[in-house]
Design a protein around this ligand. Structure first.
Ligand SMILES: *Cc1c(COP(=O)(O)O)cnc(C)c1O
Length: 482
């Protein structure tokens, strides 16, 4: 900060530090494997290194960069590391990173077409491209939000709007409405329940349907629950099918659930936040079988499509319903072109909107459809390799089918008399302490199960084989089979 002038950083400094930081970023990505995936720190350790009060006068940018390296980096979990195989990974590709740079540089707010025409029109075009890449029906209309949680919240709001109860106008409280019910899998993501509770549906308004041996909703049970609710005076309004559940990436049958929704006139939302992008590969299109029944679908380019967080796309069959649920059009936002353009703020809670379509555009243009399909296919093939290693080892058990690239497994040495849950929980902690890979877990029918997800742009087959070797090494070194 030039203390006496009260101006932004001068252009020559911007160039100098900008180039330095691009160098830093490229070296970081190039040498990322020298870091432990998980930082070895305790709660509060980062805060303790930061001043308690903001600096009164500006600091030299060199010092800011140094502090970033010295204080912030040690507390970073390296999501871009090829050994990050926990949760569902989101890795940022370089074109996506460069897109972010320009998004912040332009810093447009895409609330209205007029507030930045390119932002509105590029969002229309890129969501259209992605729809085509995934083989979704042409009538599906796309909008970009930050996360799948918010996309699904908007989908559930549409379903609520479609009940015709006019909750938008009247509100839920103080009215004698019937109890509303949404149905989803017992393996549905928690964001569905969060959306429901935000919209006043309440946790009691969400019924979780039991799944079959392959962790898919049992359609007959869904049908039974709907009929039972109707008999009890409850109003069913929405069904959520998950394509790629969080624990096992199981695939609910959109077609079977869709037939029920059609018969009962219910909104069908498809949550394919992580796995949906696999449909870029033509042989994977089957995951959306029955998509013609869907009223809405969410997919996250910021997960398995290498766009930096955040970027989630919601598709809706009838955008008018989304608009009806949220549009207010106050005087100060009216423009002379409103009848000819899309003003995206009309289709959601937020007014201000980041220019997320720019990074999506960069990523699609740089890799091309075949390039993205190729990377995802490579992830799936590497996962197959790991699955084979698990299946070929009698001391390991595969705990769920592997439709994509997430493997659920556990260690079960022969003759082991202790608790397998404790053993596997221990094993996972020791693996993660190695720093070389990061795995997460879930529980399936009461069993502690380790999950390994291959969905990073930098994760190659050799990393997957290394992961297997690390697991075996940890078992040997800690004599876990005893
Ligand atoms: C990751 C995920 C979510 C939540 O995504 P956010 O973008 O973090 O809100 C929801 N549903 C499924 C199936 C997911 O995989």
């Amino acid at each position: 900060m030039l203390q006496d002038k009260y101006i932004d950083m001068p252009v020559d400094e911007f160039k100098k530090y900008g180039n330095e930081l691009i160098d830093w970023a490229s070296e970081y990505l190039n040498n990322i494997e020298k870091y432990n995936v998980l930082p070895d720190i305790k709660p509060g350790e980062i805060k303790a290194h930061l001043p308690r009060h903001p600096n009164t006068t500006g600091e030299d940018f060199n010092k800011i960069i140094k502090d970033f390296e010295k204080i912030i980096i040690p507390g970073i979990t390296h999501w871009n590391h090829p050994g990050f195989m926990a949760y569902f990974n989101s890795t940022s590709s370089v074109p996506g990173i460069l897109g972010e740079l320009l998004i912040a540089t332009l810093n447009v707010n895409g609330m209205l077409w007029k507030s930045s025409p390119s932002a509105s029109e590029l969002e229309e075009v890129t969501t259209g491209w992605l729809r085509e890449m995934l083989g979704l029906p042409k009538y599906m209309w796309g909008i970009i939000y930050d996360t799948a949680s918010i996309s699904s919240l908007h989908a559930i709001a549409c379903a609520r709007e479609k009940t015709g109860l006019d909750i938008r106008q009247k509100g839920l409280s103080g009215n004698n409405f019937p109890k509303l019910r949404l149905y989803c899998s017992e393996h549905a993501h928690s964001s569905i329940e969060k959306g429901a509770l935000t919209l006043g549906i309440g946790r009691e308004g969400v019924k979780k349907i039991r799944t079959d041996k392959e962790f898919r909703i049992i359609p007959e049970l869904l049908n039974e629950e709907i009929l039972k609710d109707k008999k009890d005076g409850v109003l069913p309004f929405c069904v959520v099918a998950t394509v790629g559940t969080t624990s096992t990436t199981s695939i609910d049958s959109i077609r079977s659930l869709g037939e029920i929704c059609k018969k009962e006139n219910l909104w069908l939302h498809v949550d394919s936040a992580h796995a949906g992008t696999a449909a870029i590969i033509p042989e994977m299109r089957y995951i959306f079988d029955g998509i013609e029944y869907a009223d809405s679908l969410v997919v996250n380019p910021h997960k398995w499509m290498f766009v930096p967080v955040d970027c989630s796309v919601l598709y809706v069959k009838e955008p008018e319903i989304l608009k009806r649920a949220f549009s207010l059009e106050p005087e100060y936002l009216k423009t002379d072109v409103d009848s000819e353009v899309i003003n995206y703020n009309d289709y959601g809670v937020q007014l201000g909107r980041r220019f997320r379509s720019l990074k999506l555009w960069f990523v699609i243009k740089y890799f091309g459809v075949d390039g993205l399909a190729g990377i995802i296919k490579k992830n799936i093939d590497s996962a197959k390799k790991f699955k084979q290693l698990v299946q070929d080892d009698p001391e390991f058990e595969l705990m769920a089918p592997v439709p994509f690239s997430t493997i659920c497994f556990r260690y079960q040495p022969s003759g082991y008399s202790g608790s397998l849950n404790e053993l596997n929980s221990n094993l996972m902690d020791l693996i993660n302490k190695s720093g070389r890979i990061f795995l997460s877990h879930t529980k399936l029918n009461g069993s502690f199960v380790i999950r390994l997800v291959v969905s990073g742009i930098r994760t190659e087959e050799n990393h997957v084989i290394e992961a297997w070797n690390i697991i075996k090494e940890v078992i040997r070194a800690n004599a876990l089979n005893k």
